[in-house]
Design a binder for this molecule. Structure first.
Ligand code: V47
Ligand code: SF4
Length: 391
């Protein structure tokens, strides 16, 4: 395998980067920029795939989850958001009560989900006591269900409204049953770009502060980036550097999830979406730069199923979950997946047909099942026919 990659090395920078990756050393910001801007995508992909296989072999993780979006009405005005309705357009949106959300959950019980992901718009009635009650009730009904909920965007608002410090607010939510934080609301950390695309919501400093405080309480969380709009490659590297630095301090991040900007029906619709090649390059550079993140996730409802398969050769080792038609963020923004739902069998088959080993996990990446037997005969290049990864 080393020999095969050696043959892709064309420049001194390629050689220096490959040497670092091989030796488990960290690449620098300039090297990440070089990979974005100048390196051959085949070279970058080969390195990212090599590193992915070092970390996880052919394992590709997924879980059984649903999303509940309490409301799409929001006091904020992010320009990229196709999903939110301002308070004045309230009649076009939805605002679930606690009982309606519990009803959604009870309909899912027989499908044996292990995680509920609860994130939505920001509105005054969804305050700290609302979420604490909701979490308590979910835990009393389904004690084993992992609650992944609330981004710093919602937390910043509800803690302020309740006059609680970040630490106090997090403790209240943790005691009520919050298990982990999803990665949303990060967008782009560069303050100037953030000002142009989502000026009024929680800023970079607060986003990082809330994740740090959560990690210090022993919690785990994810991180995202919203890319492919008005940001430059330098902004993407700057975003990842801030995450890598925080991860060095706390070790609390589990997964990095690049989210491609989709341009349907929002205030940034005039900006063309980036190409699939750009998506793949972005996964690969993320895998190589974020050496202290265990996992890189491609979120299949956003990317579409076939591109999600492809991403598994560009550094990605996680495809999120079965979802079951419960998220509207991406279908309203123009993604290929209008009703995102896959059964466990479909997800397993999708991964096997990409030549990888499907691994069902819980939210904290504890392995629940490895699907070592082919679900149906005939994938053209099943993982069990591939050479054992032993670089
Ligand atoms: O923060 C909104 C993004 C995010 C658009 O942690 C858009 O496991 C593209 O964070 N085009 C919320 N993206 C979703 C999110 C997430 C999703 C799946 C898994 C996890 C996890 C987290 O959605 C927002 C924003 O960055 N978003 N509008 C759009 N037009
Ligand atoms: Fe509100 Fe989130 Fe949409 Fe921003 S991205 S407008 S915070 S729902």
């Amino acid at each position: 395998m080393h020999d095969a990659i050696d043959q892709l090395v064309r420049t001194d920078q390629d050689a220096a980067i490959w040497q670092k990756v091989k030796e488990g050393r960290r690449i620098g910001d300039d090297e990440a920029l070089y990979l974005y801007d100048q390196a051959d995508l085949g070279f970058t992909a080969a390195l990212a795939n090599w590193l992915r296989e070092q970390k996880h072999q052919h394992r590709t993780y997924f879980n059984r989850n649903i999303h509940i979006e309490p409301t799409n009405v929001c006091i904020y005005t992010c320009k990229f958001c196709s999903y939110s309705r301002l308070i004045k357009q309230r009649s076009e949106g939805w605002e679930y009560t606690k009982e309606q959300m519990l009803e959604i959950l009870s309909g899912q019980k027989q499908k044996e989900i292990t995680e509920v992901h609860i994130v939505g718009g920001v509105l005054p009635q969804y305050d700290l006591s609302f979420y604490a009650d909701l979490f308590r009730e979910i835990k009393s009904l389904y004690p084993a269900l992992h609650i992944k909920s609330l981004t710093p965007v919602e937390m910043h608002y509800i803690f302020k409204k309740a006059k609680k410090s970040v630490e106090e607010g997090l403790m209240i939510l943790k005691e009520a049953g919050l298990d982990s934080l999803p990665g949303g609301g990060a967008e782009i950390f560069d303050e100037e770009i953030r000002q142009q695309i989502c000026a009024d919501k929680c800023g970079t400093e607060d986003w990082l502060k809330i994740h740090k405080a959560w990690h210090q309480l022993g919690g785990r969380s994810n991180a995202t980036i919203l890319y492919g709009h008005i940001e430059s490659y330098a902004h993407r590297v700057d975003h990842m550097r801030r995450l890598r630095d925080l991860q060095d301090q706390t070790g609390g991040f589990q997964t990095f999830i690049p989210l491609k900007f989709r341009n349907k029906d929002n205030e940034m619709s005039h900006i063309p979406e980036v190409t699939t090649l750009e998506d793949m390059k972005n996964y690969a550079v993320s895998r190589l730069y974020l050496d202290n993140f265990d996992h890189i996730k491609s979120y299949w409802p956003m990317l579409g199923r076939e591109m999600a398969q492809l991403s598994l050769s560009f550094g990605v080792d996680d495809l999120d979950g079965t979802i079951d038609d419960t998220t509207k963020i991406y279908s309203m923004a123009g993604s290929e997946e209008q009703n995102p739902a896959m059964t466990t069998e479909e997800l397993v088959l999708l991964i096997q047909r990409a030549g990888r080993l499907p691994v069902e996990r819980d939210t904290l990446y504890r392995i629940l099942k490895e699907y070592t037997e082919p679900l149906v005969a005939g994938p053209s290049r099943p993982y069990y026919a591939l050479p054992v990864v032993n670089h």
